[in-house]
Write a protein that binds this ligand. Structure first.
Ligand code: AKG
Ligand code: FE2
Length: 334
């Protein structure tokens, strides 16, 4: 099923009060109905995103030996470095929010995970500078620009939800986020046919919001929030659009007022599962905005009432994040 016309122009947010409010309410409305929304004019320059995709291609086109110079350590946490095809399997958390799973489907993808350059707790893991000159610098600078846009989006969501934007932003002030490059190698369609493998299995993200960029290959699907069980194709109208979705942490903070949307990557709509076709490779980039590690994910007071009692136990954002990541790497580390 094709996506609805769900592209939002963020220049409204930067406009006058009336425009800003219109942006905020449409954002909330679309997210609640569709599970995700595409955003244009979000403030991250298009050239930066194009350059990021170029660097993403260059990274994954390195030899396996070179990529392994930035190898993710054997343990699941912290989430940094290069994960080879087969190392991480998101099926470990599939169906969790529906009380199902874990499943055993294998993901056919490779990734590079990074965090903030100013992170005091966890270092990034880079390939040596002479292998990809300028790569580290571009990633660090993109991270900072994405953080600015993240804060605007968090501000917009707080406004739409009628809660304190200052408070919600303060829970995200440390930019303790994760930033990930993804490559799905070309794969014969027949390999995905028996359901034992996929590109990325159905899941929700763990943080507050995810800002995703995708190339034009297709295959991303998001569960419609008004028809649970129905996944809609999210086609690319350009790699520079942000595809925004909500993660578990915001679901918890809003006491389920706002649900994290399940999503997955499978065949592009044009490919037939039973043919001899090769599914073309696909690149995407995800910026996972998360609450500060020490922030509590206990629902905010605004969302706890007699009619809507607190649905969650207290846990910090860092504990939640690490628990989820453990499940992705169970038994698959090198
Ligand atoms: O590749 C994509 O479009 C989605 C990636 C994703 O959902 C994730 O890494 O959490
Ligand atoms: Fe995701």
């Amino acid at each position: 099923m094709a996506a609805q016309s769900d592209t939002l122009d963020m220049s409204l947010y930067f406009g006058d009060m009336e425009q800003r409010l219109r942006f905020c309410t449409t954002l909330l409305d679309q997210l609640k109905k569709r599970g995700c929304v595409k955003i244009q004019n979000h403030g991250i320059p298009n050239e930066d995103i194009q350059r990021l995709f170029e660097l993403t291609r260059q990274f994954f086109n390195l030899s396996y030996e070179d990529k392994m110079k930035a190898k993710r350590p054997a343990q699941a946490n912290p989430n940094r470095g290069y994960s080879f095809v087969g190392q991480e399997n998101v099926a470990g958390i599939s169906g969790f929010e529906k009380g199902l799973g874990p499943l055993t489907t294998k993901d056919i993808k490779e990734t590079l995970d990074m965090g903030s350059a100013n992170d005091k707790l966890v270092d990034n893991i880079w390939v040596p500078e002479d292998i990809l000159p300028g790569f580290r610098n571009s990633m660090e600078s993109f991270y900072d620009k994405a953080f600015e846009t993240e804060m605007h989006l968090i501000d917009a969501l707080a406004t739409a939800l009628g809660i304190s934007a200052t408070h919600l932003k303060s829970l995200h002030s440390k930019a303790e986020n994760e930033f990930r490059l993804l490559h799905y190698p070309p794969t014969p369609a027949s390999k995905l046919k028996d359901g034992k493998s996929t590109r990325i299995a159905e899941h929700t993200d763990f943080g507050t919001i995810t800002m995703l960029f995708q190339d034009s290959t297709g295959g991303l699907q998001v569960e419609d929030q008004t028809q649970l069980g129905t996944f809609r194709d999210i086609e690319s109208s350009g790699p520079t659009d942000i595809i925004l979705n909500i993660g578990d942490s915001l679901q918890r903070l809003t006491n389920d007022t706002f649900k994290a949307a399940c999503h997955r990557v499978t065949y592009p709509p044009m490919i037939k599962a039973d043919g001899d076709e090769i599914i073309p490779e696909r690149y995407s980039i995800a910026y996972f905005a998360k609450p500060n590690r020490d922030a509590s994910l206990l629902p905010l007071e605004d969302f706890v009432t007699d009619a809507t009692p607190c649905r969650y136990q207290d846990i910090t954002a860092w504990e939640w994040n690490n628990m989820r990541i453990e499940k992705l790497f169970a038994g698959t580390t090198a």
